[in-house]
Design a protein. Sequence first.
Length: 272
Amino acid sequence: MTDMLPIGIFDSGAGGLSVFSELVKELSHESFIYFADSANCPYGSKSPEKIIELSSKITEFLISKQCKAIVVACNTATAAAIDFLRANYSIPFIGMEPAVKPAAINTKTKSIGVLATAGTFKGRLYIETTRRYASDIKVCYQVGEGLVELVEQGDFSSTEAETLLMKYLNPMLDCNIDQIVLGCTHYPFFRPLLYKLLPLNVDIIDPAPAVAKQTCKVLIENNLVEDIRNKNSYSTFYSSGSSSVLKKIVENIEKNIERKIQNVSYIDNYIL
């Protein structure tokens, strides 16, 4: 019966909904339990030890809800904690892969930009991926300090957001980049603003679609795919703070995929 259980997803806040959006496209018949650790957001400036502690608590909560697999929909948590989680829990984990490889393959100017949190840049995955695939590429990286907080406020397009983004984009554009990797799951919500601010020759790379495909692959490999005939799927969103931004983004996701997500519920101020 394990194939009828939900998929767990967690992030420091609302950012992981950029991954959830892709998951519901790939796995529309599955159920999901999402945990937004909004009370402790952002994770980017926290120590690896603290992120491991928080990620472990959330993992144990999702396991208690009988999740059959967990998507760590947070680049910072993936960088700091996914090795620990895989070593200490038997459930399958899917993390955020730094999308440096496609950027390095597709660049024509031999210069790419990466916008991420400080914690992501320190992680093993980012360091190894950059060394392996971008050793002969100029990588211009920027820590997007303050961007997560704007998303958590539901601010994706204000003058403040535009000014802050340009502060980080200009040094990368000065490096002649033609690819920009969004290294935080919060950042895809700025996509309309990025299209406005970036030259047409700069491609925006969001790893979320690849993560959704990898999740599907992991479920198949572990015989955990839900029967497509299931009509009782649900999506439950827990937040350790307010779920108001979660609701706003989920409503936008429904508009984008042009269908209602079944049996949606929200639980606010859920402290582990």
